[in-house]
Design a protein around this ligand. Structure first.
Ligand code: ZN
Length: 154
């Protein structure tokens, strides 16, 4: 009976963080709770980018603790972190705000979306993802750079 009562008092597990969030679950949960409910609270990219997303979030919070997230997703192989601020930011702060999400996109372009190791733009039937070779090959994703070289030989 005591055990049962204790379990009922346990804090609820993360509601929105992805199942594979691991050590990043709390941070991702805080990010997802910033997305207005109607937008859909999900992160649609692989776990290799979770550290990039968390670092991006921590820098944005430093500029505006109440900034709003719209979407966190993979698009054409890079991370798109869409967010905005309702605070009265200075032009310099807006610049810094944009620079942070731009930097996250640049880092994602050289980081495997699945494992976080160095990666490069890969393609499978016109779907683009940034992956490392060990992650990409079993999924049929091939490096765009190497593929491009092969096409030129035709
Ligand atoms: Zn990988």
């Amino acid at each position: 009976m005591t055990g049962h009562d204790l379990s009922r008092g346990m804090p609820r597990p993360a509601q929105f963080a992805p199942d594979d969030a691991g050590a990043h679950a709390d941070a991702l949960e805080r990010i997802l709770r910033r997305i207005p409910q109607r937008w859909g609270r999900e992160i649609s990219h692989g776990p290799g980018w979770y550290p990039i997303v968390v670092a991006c979030h921590e820098q944005l919070v430093a500029i505006d603790p109440d900034y709003v997230v719209h979407q966190v997703k993979q698009k054409y192989g890079t991370l798109n972190y869409y967010c905005t601020s309702d605070a009265e930011l200075t032009p310099e702060q807006w610049e810094a705000f944009d620079a942070i999400t731009d930097q996250a996109a640049r880092v994602s372009a050289v980081t495997c979306e699945l494992c976080g190791e160095p990666g490069e733009m890969c393609e499978r039937r016109e779907w683009f993802k940034t992956l490392c070779v060990p992650c990409g090959e079993p999924l049929g994703y091939l490096s765009v750079a190497r593929k491009g070289g092969a096409v030129e030989q035709h």
